[in-house]
Write a protein that binds this ligand. Structure first.
Ligand SMILES: NC(=O)c1ccc[n+]([C@@H]2O[C@H](COP(=O)([O-])OP(=O)(O)OC[C@H]3O[C@@H](n4cnc5c(N)ncnc54)[C@H](OP(=O)(O)O)[C@@H]3O)[C@@H](O)[C@H]2O)c1
Length: 333
């Protein structure tokens, strides 16, 4: 079985299709999928707004957790029966996936497959941004936009664990959840976010994690304290724009260039702006080992809003698009 995204539109454009299990090629392992995440990337793909997405029809699915059932030629370091995870970008919403063996990361014994899936793409995204891009330190103050989301809930936990004071934007109905994670919630729907952040952090914040892009970037940058960093990792606010998907990214580059130019002109005050993009490779694999270790030790808890059978992927996307989820929606095969 596989889930096919047939065309631009809403979740009704997803189809459940029967398929044969593929044969693993040279250097590949065949993985029987146990769980896969639903993410905002698929929402963007439905609207044809995800950077360089495949042509319709295609099988979405950014990450997977599963069990190796057979091996192609020349595969080392992984065996039949191993539980593994991988970042696919697309193609994970299938019952069986042939995956390059060098993309596979072992899943610790005892770690539930759904929990591991909730921690895969989102966990590495949050971990790399907190510990590598922004290098959050104790005593800092950090603003996390979308603190109730799949990535946001992990960003909050990791920044709190790094010793920072965290402010998190979220819808009012999710404030208790955000508070429980250790952040001070701000209602982006009814409050003046910038004014509230200035009230809570009069000297500015040391880092902002901004998945909204567009006009939010200017506001986020202006909230930085001297030496602070804006980490932009999405363009959620431009989902419904009518222009080509590349336009918001070109605008972001232009904005970033003006801030970079501000440095020699003495306007930057040590403030930086950085774009983060999760990608498969050795660095992802190393980070995922760290993330799974934290999850296995109970130091990072990926909240799962719903576990749905994979054939109900359309419902998973509907819930995410309607803002119904706190944390992650996981599909189980
Ligand atoms: N660059 C990368 O490598 C990378 C990797 C993974 C994800 N991402 C990006 O990360 C973002 C989150 O992805 P996800 O899968 O975690 O999605 P998600 O679970 O749907 O979370 C999105 C969150 O955005 C919040 N939100 C919506 N409008 C907002 C606004 N105006 N101000 C503040 N928050 C707002 C929602 O809050 P409420 O529900 O509380 O209203 C929701 O919690 C997406 O933009 C995605 O593209 C980027």
């Amino acid at each position: 079985m596989e889930i096919v995204l047939t065309d631009r539109g809403g979740p009704e454009k997803l189809r459940v299709a029967d398929t044969d299990s593929p044969a693993p090629g040279r250097g590949e392992a065949l993985v029987r999928v146990l769980a896969s995440g639903v993410s905002f990337a698929e929402v963007q793909m439905l609207s044809h707004r995800y950077p360089m997405q495949p042509k319709y029809p295609f099988v979405p699915g950014y990450d997977l957790v599963g069990e190796v059932t057979s091996l192609g030629e020349d595969v080392t370091g992984v065996a039949v029966g191993d539980r593994v995870a991988a970042l696919m970008v697309t193609g994970a919403w299938r019952t069986h996936v042939a995956v390059k063996a060098d993309r596979l990361v072992p899943v610790p014994d005892g770690l539930d497959a759904g929990v591991a899936a909730a921690a895969t793409m989102n966990g590495v995204t949050a971990w790399q941004m907190v510990h590598q891009t922004a290098a959050v330190r104790p005593g800092q103050t950090v603003l996390v936009h979308g603190a109730s989301g799949g990535v946001g809930t992990l960003l909050v936990q990791l920044t709190v664990a790094a010793g920072a004071k965290v402010l998190g934007t979220a819808s009012q109905s999710k404030h208790d959840a955000v508070r429980t994670l250790g952040a001070t919630p701000i209602d982006y729907r009814t409050e003046d976010v910038a004014a509230r952040v200035r009230e809570l952090a009069p000297g500015g914040v040391d880092a902002v994690f901004d998945h909204l892009g567009g006009d939010s970037l200017r506001v986020s940058y202006d909230l930085l304290a001297d030496g602070g960093i804006l980490v932009n990792y999405g363009s959620a606010s431009t989902l419904n724009d009518n222009n080509h998907w590349v336009v918001p990214y070109l605008r972001t580059i232009r904005r970033f260039a003006s801030w970079w130019l501000g440095k020699p002109l003495g306007r930057a005050r040590g403030r930086r702006a950085s774009f983060y993009y999760v990608k498969p490779g050795a660095s992802f694999n190393r980070a995922l080992v760290e993330v799974y270790q934290l999850v296995a030790e109970g130091k990072l808890v990926p909240p799962i809003d719903q576990r749905l059978p994979m054939k109900e992927a359309a419902e998973g996307l509907r819930l995410l698009m309607n803002g119904k989820a706190t944390g992650k929606i996981v599909l189980e095969a």
